[in-house]
Design a protein around this ligand. Structure first.
Ligand code: AGP
Length: 599
């Protein structure tokens, strides 16, 4: 996903823009650029690759004193990652940065080319700045020209535009892609795609509503159709730093015990669960649940489906959002439509939500980013409270999503009377133990570090499990492949004999999730089938298993969800340690972005 920053003030604008873009690196990018306007001149710099290349290019350019600037990190969608395609894109006297997709850019580009406009890039974005300069010929006021430009655009966009026709002014617009504006008592004005660059800088921020258009200058911030709602921005940069860990992913794995506690606050009570976000009659008329999500969030959704059916006796159907949106789904109004998303900006999930709302279904978002597009669109939202997750490979967000789904299944069971008081109390007792279980799970870190040296090659991994450990197997496989680049697949253990076991040999590594509290004998016999065919087995279990080539001993628990959370940590640590040994960029793995805001 692209990252955008903007600044109006008196500091070294280049420095602020680049520092701001660095706070957005976790979103993934392949080129970057800035434009700084001072004393009526605009200086622009662009570079392919990481920000260090852009810094190299801007050496010697140290603009002090009042001015304005915009910056961008690009994750290529239209056109390859080249300097020409990097943002900002320029006209004769204006520069623009953009996040999203202009769906009618070809039509606008042809129109402008027919009028003699020469395009330098292959991007959709470049049409914005040329269209703006065309509009300035028929609109006296630059802001009127900007509004007329935005009115022509179709698709998703977060736009910042600067022009020599409006010194020290930044025009902004957002539709479908997030944009935040911030300010402080010193009169500085900031823009960013998410609040990370603004932490410690702005004291108040406004999350732009869909369809917002406006401009900012040292004298004024104007927005329409509604005025911006500024709210205090808490937090400091330290909370977003690595805090002494090697990677954000490691820090976020170690944060899980604490953030799970935050997820439960005010929701897990002595006798059961409460969600103030959901009115008492929330389930009225609803008999079934459909959950849509992508990637790791999809794995959380699958886990939740077992819990809802088992506890709340509600039929659940889970769909991958990118499939759902084009399948012409059958939607009935007795269905609660749930979307799960860490970022709240995933394009496929957002579109699925849009379809459900258009069909008149009641919608619920389980999300980690307040004020994100998904949160703002859903009828109700349960925030996972995991805090900023910067590692592209999701860890604490997954843990908190599963925790919310477990709590929600109990909440619905209470509302539907499918669980008695004793049963609810037992569930609450187990929930209360999760932070401790997650802390204890970290004690196997050293073991995972040692084991990782043996899993750096081979012709692939199977992760296998049954029931809720099947989606956990999928998640373990995704964690490993997305940061180690080794091939891994998650499978229901019972499926091995229907084909996959043909791959079994000493070079095929099988990670077997063998919980004591759920179908142990079944999973044990599946693993024995693989071991008999010489597959190399890494067993994760509280029960010793002598056929394992490698073994991670977990703690004995009396609830499957406690075993689930402990084995989840083992998978996360193993994947991270393999990736570190392979010398990969754990936090920003190749080809991936933290939030996929395009199809
Ligand atoms: C998870 O490790 C991946 N980074 C990816 O699968 C992610 O879960 C997926 O893109 C969905 O993102 P979201 O939760 O922000 O919607």
């Amino acid at each position: 996903m692209c990252g955008i920053v903007g600044y109006i003030g008196k500091r070294n604008i280049k420095r602020w823009l680049i520092d701001g873009l660095r706070e957005l690196e976790y979103r993934g990018y392949d080129s970057a650029g800035i434009a700084v306007m001072k004393e009526g001149e605009i200086h622009a710099y662009k570079a392919v690759g990481k920000l260090v290349n852009l810094e190299e290019k801007t050496k010697g350019f140290e603009p002090e004193g009042p001015g304005a600037g915009i910056g961008h990190t690009r994750w290529a969608t239209h056109g390859k990652p080249t300097e020409l395609n990097a943002h900002p894109h320029m006209g004769e006297y204006s520069y623009v940065v953009h996040n999203g997709i202009i769906e009618n850019y070809r039509q606008i580009k042809e129109e402008l080319e027919a009028e003699g406009v020469a395009f330098l890039s292959q991007t959709d974005t470049e049409v914005i700045v040329h269209l703006f300069e065309k509009m300035t010929k028929t609109h006296e006021e630059p802001y009127a020209a900007f509004k007329a430009t935005i009115a022509r655009l179709e698709g998703a966009y977060a736009v910042l535009l600067m022009s020599k026709k409006a010194p020290q002014t930044i025009f902004f617009a957002r539709k479908g892609s997030p944009m935040i504006i911030g300010k402080n008592a010193g009169g500085e004005i900031f823009f960013a795609s998410s609040d990370a660059p603004l932490i410690g800088e702005a004291t108040e921020v406004a999350y732009m509503e869909e369809g917002t258009v406006g401009y900012a200058s040292p004298e004024k911030i104007y927005a329409e159709p509604d005025a911006l709602q500024f709210v205090p921005l808490a937090g400091d940069k330290l909370t977003a730093q690595k805090g002494g860990y090697r990677f954000f992913m490691e820090k976020e794995i170690y944060e899980q015990p604490n953030v799970i506690g935050d997820t439960m606050i005010g929701r897990v009570l002595d006798e059961g669960v409460a969600f103030e976000e959901l009115g008492g009659d929330f389930l009225e008329g609803l008999t079934r649940i459909k959950i849509c999500a992508c990637g790791t969030s999809y794995h959380a959704a699958l886990t939740g489906s077992y819990l809802f059916e088992r506890q709340a006796k509600m039929a659940v159907n889970v769909e991958i959002a990118s499939e759902f949106r084009y399948k012409e789904p059958l939607l009935t109004d007795d269905t609660l439509f749930v979307v799960i998303s860490q970022s709240g900006e995933t394009a496929d999930t957002l579109e699925a939500l849009r379809m459900a709302k258009a069909a008149g279904l009641k919608t619920l978002a389980i999300c980690n980013v307040d004020n994100s597009s998904i949160v703002r669109m859903a009828d109700a939202t349960i925030l996972t409270r995991a805090g900023i997750e910067k590692g592209v490979a999701s860890t604490k967000a997954f843990a908190t999503q599963v925790m919310v789904l477990w709590m929600l299944s109990l909440f619905f069971a209470q509302k539907r009377g499918t669980i008695n008081a004793e049963g609810a109390r037992r569930e609450v007792e187990a929930m209360d133990r999760v932070p401790t279980v997650l802390k204890e799970a970290l004690t196997v870190h050293e073991k995972c570090k040692r084991l990782s040296k043996r899993y750096l090659h081979g012709h692939g991994f199977f992760f296998i499990g049954r029931d809720i450990f099947f989606p956990l197997a999928l998640e373990g496989a995704l964690k490993l492949k997305e940061i180690s680049y080794l091939h891994a697949e998650g499978y229901p253990a019972g499926e091995m004999k229907h084909g996959p076991i043909a791959l079994a040999d000493a070079e095929l590594f099988t990670v077997a999730l063998m919980p004591q509290t759920l179908l142990y004998d079944k999973i044990k016999s599946n693993v024995e089938e693989l071991s008999a065919r010489d597959s190399t087995i890494l067993a994760i279990s509280p029960l010793p298993f002598d056929l394992a080539d490698d073994f991670v001993l977990t703690h004995a628990h009396d609830h499957p969800m406690l075993e689930f959370f402990e084995m989840m940590v083992v998978e996360q640590l193993l994947a991270m340690e393999v990736s570190i040994r392979l010398g990969n960029d754990v936090d920003m793995p190749r080809n991936l972005a933290k939030s996929v805001t395009v199809e």
